[in-house]
Design a protein around this ligand. Structure first.
Ligand code: ADP
Length: 160
């Protein structure tokens, strides 16, 4: 079975990596898909996010890393209707995720959304929290892959 794991990944965190590696062990094929959102200027460009994912997952060349724009459900249809995988950290994620999953199901009933529960070690973690800590030169070394830590340091040294 093929799964796609979509998200902003701005930047990828250890919470994402944990889900990715656990999913890679469950599915025959896994594609990590970075959403190109023209309305939201992120900290990292799409190319930088892809590079950070590639670098952080370089020991797992079987995991595919791509970007997509437009509706997730259209991208998934083009990819042959894989399962959509999302991570759940807390009850607070649930309402939004349920809404997204139901909207996607309404658009294409062949495509299932599956949820994987976060590792408790990382259940407090989000990309926005990482960006905030890093903006004040806080230590994020055990929360993100080494390539991301380095990239954050450079980004904030440059003054964005
Ligand atoms: P989005 O902007 O689409 O929520 P994110 O990059 O923030 O994209 O997250 C992508 C996916 O990873 C989502 O399903 C999100 O719930 C999940 N996720 C984010 N952080 C964690 C974490 N710390 N542990 C487990 N899953 C997470």
């Amino acid at each position: 079975m093929h799964a796609i794991y979509p998200g902003s990944f701005d930047p990828v965190t250890m919470g994402h990596i944990d889900i990715i590696l656990r999913a890679a062990a469950q599915f025959d094929e896994l594609t990590v898909a970075v959403l190109i959102n023209h309305n939201k200027k992120g900290l990292f460009t799409i190319e930088e996010r892809l590079d950070l994912l590639r670098e952080s997952l370089k020991e797992y060349p079987e995991i595919k890393i791509e970007s997509f724009s437009g509706l997730l459900i259209d991208y998934a249809a083009k990819k042959g209707e894989p399962v959509i995988l999302r991570g759940l950290r807390a009850i607070s994620d649930f309402e939004n995720e349920m809404q997204l999953a139901l909207a996607n199901k309404n658009s294409n009933r062949n495509i299932e959304t599956l949820f994987m529960v976060s590792n408790p070690k990382y259940s407090f973690l989000s990309s926005s929290l990482i960006r905030e800590i890093a903006a004040f030169q806080g230590d994020v070394s055990n929360l993100v892959p080494p390539a991301v830590e380095k990239a954050l340091r450079l980004k904030y040294k440059e003054g964005l």
